[in-house]
Design a protein around this ligand. Sequence first.
Ligand code: PXP
Length: 259
Amino acid sequence: MSAAALRLGVNVDHVATLRNARGGLVPDPVRAALLAIESGADGITAHLREDRRHIRDEDMARLKRELSRPEIGKPLNFEMAATAEMLGIALATKPHAVCVVPERRTEVTTEGGLDVVGQQVALAPFVARLNDAGIRVSLFIAADPQQIETAARLKAPVIEIHVGAWCDAVIEGRTAQAGEEWHRIVTGATLAQSLGLEVHAGHGLDYATAETIAALPQIVELNIGHFMMGEAIFVGLAESVRTMRAAMDRGRSRIGYSA
Ligand code: PXP
């Protein structure tokens, strides 16, 4: 059986972080999105946080408009918390996809997966509204069997596995913990696929971890931001996206996929 293609979603949040540091109009996350697409990204991800600390409402609207232009035609993945305000914005924006993430005002980044087991009563109508609107819903969760089974019961078509703990363990050389986290990811991805879920992964990936995880055939999309934006300072955004794409293609080729 040949492996499916592995898509790269480039998260442009931190272009907006840099812009907002001065409060002006540059650097523009929409310009970054278009350059990322030109350089090999399959789609763009942006997180509209409740506090608007990076992406703002008008960025999301412009991203949707620009990516929908016929000559570009790439998907927008709208990351958001499960709030009534965000649901309203998503339904008005009509992105290709929504990824529901947990959000706490005091966190530096999305720190853990969404607790879909604990929040299933609130999430059920939320997922249903997005499904009914034809927006592909993804739930950002840990590779935990109960969370995965609940996501499937809620009829979310996609889960994104939070791989941050594994990435941190690999990068910091904590080998035993990296091994345990990897086992959880493989087991979780296998379970999710067997339940009919499409499986994505994200958070904390760099070139090396993206290459490794690309060899998991169950995973069909990686969403990556912070590392690539950091690399862009040294090599430029186009080069950092191309290098990431090449790392993912090398990993995927180990399981027989050729781009
Ligand atoms: N996927 C999700 C759901 C996220 O919340 C984030 C961080 O915004 C990412 C992927 C990208 O993570 P990173 O910026 O660490 O690559």
